[in-house]
Design a protein around this ligand. Structure first.
Ligand code: GLN
Length: 282
């Protein structure tokens, strides 16, 4: 059987099980790249038995609804490969957009040598990316999960990012270590307990990284309460958020910081997905 034939065969298996057929090609492409095989050149070459078995075992995992990023063991984020295992949330495209906006704001208000805190870092995707894009910055990342911190450290090592990781609940490790930030970035768990979630997400991704209480805003409230202790006078917070949380999140921010400037940004799908809170940035 050739590479192409195995992809076509597997595509049909996925489609028969109501899954996206395109996963078969993506999986083959990524696995070939890891092994230094050029799929476009070799698609009509006979595939080795061991590779075919490895690939088919991965297709079996996809058939059980396991997300591609866990099957592959990595996800791309801002052009870099991040290890993803069941201890961390899979980095999402929307979160890449958050990075873009934060980079623009840092350029405008703080300059490259700023101190950045990434709260609830998960795989480390936000903090590590910002450090690699802004080598002169100082980046500190926190997460409540020791396993997530281990994975994030591996990512920082692999990608050559000099970032500090602290284990603890939201901003607590920053408070304990008396760290003062110019910029806080945070993609907290924001799914409502009552919200319907895709099976692949619910069954495989860590619930501690997904759910944000009754209204999904528990961790925003917590960080907004903690923020004054770890922010410099001129500073900002950049949050990712759920598409329907704009109104309620505005209330939470205004209640605590009536003087702050709030800005929302839409993602590429046209949904309100990012919230920026500015303190004395003029
Ligand atoms: N910071 C990580 C991300 O943006 C993890 C977020 C989380 O665990 N909720 O993907």
């Amino acid at each position: 059987m050739t590479y192409q034939q195995l992809v076509t065969f597997s595509q049909n298996r996925l489609i028969e099980n109501n899954l996206h057929g395109g996963f078969a090609f993506r999986l083959m492409l990524e696995m070939c790249e890891l092994k230094g095989i050029n799929l476009y050149m070799d698609k009509d070459t006979v595939i080795s038995e061991s590779f075919a078995m490895e690939y088919s075992a991965n297709i079996d995992r996809l058939l059980l609804n396991e997300p591609m990023a866990y099957v592959l063991g990595f996800e791309w984020f801002f052009g870099r490969r991040f290890i993803t295992d069941s201890s961390v949330l899979i980095p999402r495209e929307e979160t890449e957009e958050l990075v873009g906006h934060v980079l623009a704001d840092i350029d405008e208000y703080f300059g490259e040598s700023c101190v950045i805190g990434d709260v609830a870092t998960g795989s480390g995707n936000l903090g590590i990316t910002l450090k690699l894009e802004l080598p002169k910055s100082t980046v500190v990342c926190s997460d409540i999960s020791g396993d997530a911190i281990e994975t994030a450290k591996k990512n920082a090592n692999n990608l050559g990012a000099d970032v500090t990781f602290l284990m603890g609940d939201m901003a607590q490790p920053f408070i304990e270590n008396k760290i003062k930030c110019d910029v806080l970035v945070c993609n907290p768990p924001y799914i409502l307990f009552s919200e319907e979630v895709q099976t692949s997400v619910l069954e495989y991704e860590p619930h501690v990284a997904l759910f944000g209480g009754e209204d999904g805003l528990d961790f925003y409230r917590q960080l907004l309460d903690e923020a004054p202790q770890i922010l410099k006078e001129k500073s900002m917070i950049a949050f990712e958020m759920g598409f329907n949380q704009k109104e309620n999140l505005t209330k939470e921010v205004v209640k605590r910081f009536p003087q702050a400037t709030i800005r929302f940004e839409k993602d590429l799908n046209g949904l309100d997905r990012m919230c920026f809170v500015y303190f004395n940035c003029n």
